[in-house]
Ligand binder design. Structure first.
Ligand code: HDD
Length: 695
């Protein structure tokens, strides 16, 4: 245990004085930094405003007060219209295999070099202060500060998107955000307007089924895949183009929570994912992803049974394998949330030479939207000068002025062509960004969508049929939950008419759970194809056989056996897990007299915060806890959420015996330490049918 208590006072080096209000002040000593105004004037008193008499009015003259309050009044900027809630970290990208055959981009051709990056994860629908664990798509945005300019891969944790054309994006977002008349629900898709819109837009069916799967409930930001989604182009030195899709694969595998657990976590710790990222980085458990590419030619693309320019289609890994060519490691939490996580501005239009766009109409619309939104969010076209956004390679141009201009160009020449200052920057055909010389067909101008975008059901069918029985049950249950929140009957009926095309069994399960009849199938714009199955889209069974990244909770109380606690703590940590001590009180004395500080009080550390739990308590304490609902919930929830449990005799006699916890092979006595460690490596889905009525 390393939580022995240190009562040292970190403020002891300051000069402490009593102020005239009786409160304690800490004032700068001779060699400490002095607090100043923005103008650099030292502040003598930061606690009291300037008054005419000790009980008299405050004076307008008080420039220290006015500057402080004025700045405070303007601390907020508009939050992102989508992806407002996010957490981020610094790290690096390292290439392990050169893609020189395909691209000139140095970041993809120079192996072994570390490129600094900043990655921001987010939920989509909720506002900035919303919980971390709603059912939602997660944003996965990576800004690489390459030596040829910044490269932003602005993706999600699902490989496809809801819509095919940027024209529909504002409608999608208006439909999912809180309904405008009533201002709720917050961070939730389970309401009428969302399902009304999606059921009238069959192109959403594929992303919807991913959202209804366990991927919509990530266990940790470190346990999500990331996808660039759209096809991009790589351009090599001969000007040849190869299509590419970008992938980030988490070393910890893809892991999820259960719905009931996610709901309870949002109450217990709304910052669950942010805290997990912060703690893991501070503990030196750096989150890591493999970077992979799917590469294919135009001719190969033409043979796919779907159009790769359609962002609602993934390219099955069985058709085009993911080639792993690098890795991303996140090893530094931001110093300041606002300056970095909040002010970072991602734009899919930020690319280095050697990478180029495809004609995906969703991507094309995004190229406008992101640059535009930063103007209202960050207030000025100079947002690129904010340190988190500025390139780390040399940059120079003739842009000038504007709000918050930080640069002071020392020249009379801010234009081109020019002949007055030969040291000023000039264009370079050789080093500059050259768009791929694509031969365009003589299309007819119009608001059109190609026939090749018409198949909306075949890939959702492939996704559903690729899942294990447990995952299929979760998907059906999620549809039933969400549609159960929809009051408008014809919206629910319309959704069922789509599900029939995806899989009749799925449609039947959802209809039965809703108590509804199956309607006629929806009109399909294109025949549904059987595309087979793809193991890569599952999550269960694809997690590594390891405790790495998992969190074990050990319940102790007064007099608990110290050596037993240490044994479990050491065993879990040796396998890469983190451990938190939970106790009825913040400080407890163990049987050997050590006073330890619990990481969580029992009332504030419910078992939803752990992947597996251990209970080591004495009989008198167990008897007390048996009357405490937070203790009973601790075990009940862990059991219902299919987690491993290790118990001592007193826990068994006084607590487990009172609960509907049926001791299966995953609920083991303390003596079976190895069995517990092995059970704690994954979620024990075998138990689920016993504890939950799934659709
Ligand atoms: Fe978007 C933010 C991902 C389609 C318009 N988007 C945003 C972020 C992510 C994505 C991860 C947060 C970036 C951050 O952390 O700051 N968006 C996607 C993906 C899409 C997608 C993967 C489809 C493949 N987005 C999309 C479309 C539009 C937008 C079609 C508009 C036409 N997205 C925005 C935005 C945001 C944004 C309004 C809000 C804040 C920001 O850009 O900087 O411009």
């Amino acid at each position: 245990m390393n939580n022995n208590i240190d009562h040292t006072d970190p403020a002891k080096d300051m000069n402490t004085e009593r102020g005239n209000g009786g409160e304690t002040h800490q004032r700068a000593g001779d060699d400490t930094k002095v607090l100043t105004t923005q103008q650099g004037v030292a502040i003598a008193d930061n606690q009291n405003s300037l008054k005419a008499g000790s009980r008299g009015p405050t004076l307008l003259e008080d420039f220290v007060l006015r500057e402080k309050i004025n700045h405070f009044d303007h601390e907020r900027i508009p939050e992102r219209i989508v992806h407002a809630r996010g957490s981020a970290a610094h790290g690096y990208f390292e290439l392990t295999e050169s893609l020189e055959e395909y691209t000139t981009a140095k970041v993809l051709t120079e192996t072994g070099k570390q490129t600094p990056l900043f990655t921001r994860f987010s939920t989509v629908a909720g506002n900035k202060g919303s919980k971390d664990t709603p059912r939602d798509v997660r944003g996965f945005a990576v800004k690489m500060y390459t030596e040829e300019g910044n490269w932003d891969i602005v993706g999600n944790n699902m490989p496809i998107f809801f819509i095919q054309d940027a024209m529909k994006f504002p409608d999608l977002i208006h439909a999912v955000k809180p309904e405008p008349d009533r201002g709720f629900p917050q961070a939730a898709s389970a309401h009428d307007t969302f399902w009304d819109f999606v059921s009238l837009s069959p192109e959403t069916m594929h992303n919807l089924i991913w959202l209804m799967s366990d991927r919509g409930l990530p266990r940790s930001l470190r346990m999500m895949e990331g996808f660039g989604i759209h096809s991009y182009r790589l351009i090599n030195k001969d000007g040849k183009s190869t299509f590419v899709r970008f992938h980030w694969k988490p070393v910890l595998g893809v892991q999820s929570t259960t719905w009931d657990e996610a709901v309870k976590i949002s109450g217990a710790d709304p910052d669950y994912h942010r805290r997990d990222l912060f703690e893991s980085i501070n503990n030196g458990d750096y989150p890591e992803w493999e970077f992979g590419v799917q590469l294919f030619t135009e001719e190969e693309a033409n043979a796919f049974p779907f159009d790769h320019l359609d962002a609602t289609k993934l390219i099955p890994e069985e058709l085009v394998p993911v080639k792993v060519v690098g890795k991303m490691v996140l090893n530094r939490y931001p110093d300041n949330f606002f300056a970095e996580t909040e002010q970072v501005a991602f734009c899919p239009s930020h690319l280095p030479p050697g990478v180029d766009f495809s004609n995906d109409p969703l991507l094309q619309g995004r190229l406008f939207s992101y640059l535009d939104t930063q103007l209202s969010r960050l207030g000025s076209p100079n947002f690129a000068q904010i340190p988190i956004n500025a390139p780390k390679c040399p940059f120079a141009n003739n842009q000038q002025d504007g709000h918050m201009q930080m640069q002071v160009p020392k020249t009379r020449v801010l234009y081109e062509p020019q002949s007055l200052d030969l040291t000023r920057p000039r264009e370079s055909a050789k080093r500059g960004f050259n768009s791929f010389h694509e031969q365009l067909d003589d299309g007819v101008k119009g608001r059109v969508r190609d026939e090749s975008f018409a198949d909306h059901y075949s890939q959702p069918r492939m996704f559903y049929r690729s899942q294990t029985a447990t995952e299929q049950a979760h998907i059906a249950t999620a549809y039933a939950f969400e549609l159960g929140k929809v009051d408008t009957a014809h919206v629910r009926t319309r959704m069922l008419s789509h599900l029939i095309h995806i899989d009749e069994d799925l449609a039947n399960r959802v209809a039965t759970a809703l108590g509804m009849e199956l309607p006629e199938p929806a009109d399909a714009a294109a025949p549904v194809q059987d595309l087979g199955t793809s193991k890569a889209v599952q999550t269960i069974g694809l997690t590594p056989d390891s405790l790495k990244g998992r969190m074990i909770g050990i319940l102790v109380a007064e007099g608990s056996n110290s050596s037993e606690v240490k044994k479990f703590e050491d065993a879990a940590k040796a396998q890469g897990a983190s451990v938190k001590i939970v106790a009825p009180n913040k400080e407890v004395v163990l049987d050997d007299g050590t006073r330890i500080q619990a990481d969580e009080r029992l009332a504030g550390g419910p078992s939803v915060m752990f992947d597996a739990i251990v209970s080591i308590i004495m009989p008198d304490q167990a008897k007390k806890l048996a009357k405490d609902s937070s203790a009973l919930d601790w075990f009940n929830d862990a059991f219902n959420h299919c987690k491993a449990i290790a118990y001592c005799g007193a826990t068994d006699e006084f607590i487990l015996s009172k609960l509907p916890v049926e001791k299966d092979e995953f609920v083991t006595p303390l003596a079976e330490l190895d069995a517990f460690i092995s059970n704690a490596k994954s979620r024990l889905w075998e138990r689920e049918p016993k504890v939950r009525d799934l659709a």
